[in-house]
Design a protein around this ligand. Structure first.
Ligand code: F6R
Length: 607
């Protein structure tokens, strides 16, 4: 949420800042802005809306300057308009910020009392004024910034430049990620290494509480107390090439279509192709003996955890607690020392998931992370990292990250089941074979794309849609509903099919499409009865099942999509794909911004 970038360059930096923001736009697109020093003075260009608006502004009013900072905003405090757009500045200091300054109300009052005029409604502007006051008190920029940082509560990554200081930029991190990039006589800061990838491959991630004084020659990093500290410079593997849509209309569609490939890539890194053994990095002994495991994540990643709960409890005989990170972290639950907590995150930067991880660590847990970004904070703070090989996911709605998370969690389930002696060799062989088949079956599922597009046509007038499933199909129902609401803005709910009669069935009438996810498994008959109950009340059923299940429904009035017959173990991975495609086509037909839906951002680094 919010992307920040900063450059001390050799030539004018405005274009490079905008290019960096283009790579960070997934983090927010409510407004964008840049500030540079022109003859020592802070000059800004800002624009409401997407980055193209800022680019147009810069075309009309170019901005020279060899040092500058840039920002793409996901609004927290203050509506998305130009006044609230970053950078925020006084005549002495300009600041870009990702995060939330929680004590900004008090600070605003204090600053006003001291005669400052604040022009925006943001929390960020107080930082610029606070540093300015300390400068006016006679402090040097680094000293003034350190003094200001000590006054801030909340989470932030900050990029700061100072009027008259052509060779000085300060970056600070508490809660939100910030990377420093080392060039040849140039220096950079960015919210992630992806933003800096075309500029440099040499990156340092600031640790919690760090702040860095950056000049053309390098960076001096301080910890929260102000002591100079050394942080490792790493080579990032990220390519500088701007990721394209590869001929697809949207990133989301491209990423849906990449699933056979990336599920295969992920499987190959965890399944030995000859012995068909699951090979994971060494698992903690506690997983063998643990009475319970805790899984925590947000959003789509949380639904991946829900599926894993069914798998781990059923196949590995390991009781699992699964929770939404933003709830878990405040519940102050006691956790058994030596237990295992697993967090799942595509970005590896989600603020609540990271806080849950830190809580679990403080409770003496071994932390396993399933992440897509191996350089992320969550990956760096975990004991065991299981990477999903989804590649960069740019569409805001998560698709390939989800199915690769499920793939990793399926492999983990089998490894834990074996280690706990809960799985016979024959069953293990059957389940591994089913997993190995998934990429090919995923490609089969994609063949239904045209049919799903036709189906979507009949849903665009709907104002409510229900998704039903049982067992591992229940989280897929939740995921289907989430996909539809986030990109098409149609209200949708996922329900456990058996729960319908306890209330939600009252919503059923002929205007409400009911999407039922029911592969042939041992719960099929139960779900089939729930379908009858919906049809009896005039509901419009869309059935995602296999040929056997469709046959089992008899003459029922439902639109059926026949998906491949697979072992129920892998069904949640495959049944995710049609729900993604359905949501995608509904959104396209409704004309929404599929890759950058309103009010959302890809990486949620605020609480
Ligand atoms: C929905 C979606 C979000 C994310 C959630 C967690 O399509 O993408 O619900 O799943 O914000 O993000 P990560 O996985 O980066 O922790």
């Amino acid at each position: 949420m919010c992307g920040i970038v900063g450059i001390i360059g050799k030539g004018d930096v405005a274009d490079l800042l905008v290019a960096g923001l283009r790579r960070l736009e997934y983090r927010g697109y409510d407004s964008a802005g840049v500030a540079t020093l022109v003859n020592g003075r802070i000059e800004r260009r800002r624009a409401e809306g997407k980055l193209v608006n800022l680019e147009a502004r810069l075309k009309e009013q170019p901005l020279p300057g060899r040092i500058g900072i840039g920002h793409t905003r996901w609004a927290t405090h203050g509506i998305p308009n130009e006044t609230n757009a970053h950078p925020h500045a006084t005549d002495r200091v300009a600041v870009v910020h990702n995060g939330i300054i929680e004590n900004f109300v008090e600070l605003r009052a204090e600053l006003k009392a001291r005669g400052c005029t604040l022009e925006s409604e943001t929390d960020t502007e107080v930082v610029a004024h606070l540093i300015t006051l300390y400068l006016k008190d006679g402090m040097k920029p680094a000293e003034a910034t350190h003094a200001a940082l000590k006054r801030l509560q909340g989470a932030f990554a900050l990029g700061i430049v100072f009027a008259g200081e052509h060779d000085l930029m300060i970056g600070a991190r508490r809660g939100s990620p910030l990377a420093i990039g080392y060039g040849d006589g140039e220096m950079f800061i960015g919210s992630d290494a992806l933003a800096l990838a075309p500029l440099t491959q040499r990156i340092t991630y600031l640790d919690e509480g760090d702040w860095a004084v950056i000049t053309q020659q390098g960076a001096t990093i301080h910890d929260a107390e102000g002591h100079v500290v050394k942080r490792e410079i790493r080579a990032t593997a990220l390519s500088g090439a701007l990721i394209g849509k590869g001929g697809y209309r949207h990133f989301m569609l491209k990423e849906i279509y990449e699933q056979p490939q990336v599920i295969g890539d992920t499987l190959r890194s965890y399944v030995n192709p000859t012995s068909r053994d699951i090979t994971l990095p060494s698992l903690p002994e506690a997983l063998v003996t643990a009475p319970r495991m805790t899984l925590v994540a947000c959003g789509t990643a949380f639904y991946a955890c829900m599926v894993a709960k069914y798998w781990l409890e059923r196949i590995a005989r390991l009781p699992v607690e699964v929770d939404i990170a933003s709830e878990f972290r405040y519940r102050a639950a006691d956790m058994p020392k030596g237990g295992v907590t697993l967090v799942v995150s595509q970005s590896g930067e989600t603020a609540d998931t990271l806080a849950a991880l830190r809580y679990a660590r403080a409770q003496g847990q071994h932390i396993i992370a399933v992440v897509n970004s191996p350089e992320s904070t969550i990956a760096r703070e975990s004991d065991t990292v299981l990477q999903t090989l989804a590649g960069p996911e740019i569409g805001v709605a998560s698709t390939k990250a989800f199915t690769t998370q499920l793939t990793v969690l399926a492999c983990l389930t089998l490894a834990v089941a074996r280690a706990r002696g809960a799985l016979s060799a024959a069953d293990e062989g059957r389940l591994v074979s089913a997993l190995i088949e998934v990429p090919a079956r995923a490609a089969d599922v994609l063949n239904h794309d045209g049919r799903l597009r036709d189906l979507a046509q009949g849903m665009i007038e709907a104002t409510d849609v229900l998704y039903l499933g049982r067992g591992t199909s229940y989280p897929i129902a939740l995921e289907g509903a989430l996909k539809l609401k986030e990109i098409s803005y149609i209200h949708a709910e996922g329900y456990a099919a058996g729960e319908m009669k306890h209330g939600p069935i009252a919503l059923i009438d002929e205007t409400v499409p009911v999407i039922v996810i029911a592969p042939s498994d041992e719960l099929f008959e139960k779900t089939a009865s729930n379908i009858q109950e919906v049809v009896a009340r005039g509901g419009r059923v869309v059935f995602f099942g296999d040929a056997k299940g469709i046959g089992g429904l008899g003459d029922i009035d439902a639109t059926c999509i026949a998906l491949p017959e697979v072992d129920p173990f892998v069904a949640p991975i495959l049944y995710s794909i049609p729900v993604q495609l359905l949501a995608y086509h509904v959104a396209v037909l409704k004309g929404t911004d599929v890759d950058q839906p309103r009010n959302l951002a890809k990486s949620v680094t605020v609480e």
